[in-house]
Design a protein around this ligand. Sequence first.
Ligand code: E4P
Length: 247
Amino acid sequence: MSYTVPHGMRSAKITPRVHMMNTGNTRQTMKFFVDTADVNDIRELAATGLLDGVTTNPSLIAKSGRDFIEVISEICEIVPGPVSAEVAATEADAMITEGRKLAAIAENVAVKLPLTMDGLKACRAISDDGTSVNVTLCFSPAQALLAAKAGADYISPFVGRLDDIGQNGMHLIDDIRTIYDNYPDLGGTQILVASIRSPAHVVEAAKLGADVCTIPPSVIKQLVQHPLTDKGLEGFLKDWAKTGQSI
Ligand code: E4P
């Protein structure tokens, strides 16, 4: 079975991949993670039923002003999906030690490792433990290929930071999708689009068949908004009031 990506950014046929968590043989709907360590935002979004997971990074932990282990543990209780927690070490053995400590916090911790040679080495070891790994700070298709070969469950390409330096971050998503679909034996590494700045990034990611978007809370809220929805609802409510009825 195969299908073609409809908007013409890529002409090649794509064979749907079977992800680790898939139950059928087709790609799952794109998942929504929130990119924050703010538990109030996470609780609010989790209540919508739209949240599939959480990503954090050292900068977001610093912004929260909270103890790392404590906040990750709290987030893991709020959201059943994967919660990425990033190591701070830069040498493989120390990364593995830290990663195992983070994995012990809760079953749904995904250990986040930077895309360096040491990070890839640690990725293989932690992945072989049976722990989910998210390889972060990916800025090239070659890096994404290496992460998949190292057994990563998730690869995090940073689209916004590429846009910031005058490149097109979405081209990277397109390239990774093509490469991963060429080689289903890579193991189903999921493309987790990171460094998202706007709803347009989310829409483009979905068109390209990305597996996950990790989105700041403010951008998740923007996704639902449209002025014509507000205007239309206002008109309907006004007319409904004129009927004098209630449901
Ligand atoms: C991803 O996991 C990172 O936490 C995040 O998306 C980085 O985004 P930024 O470029 O806005 O810092």
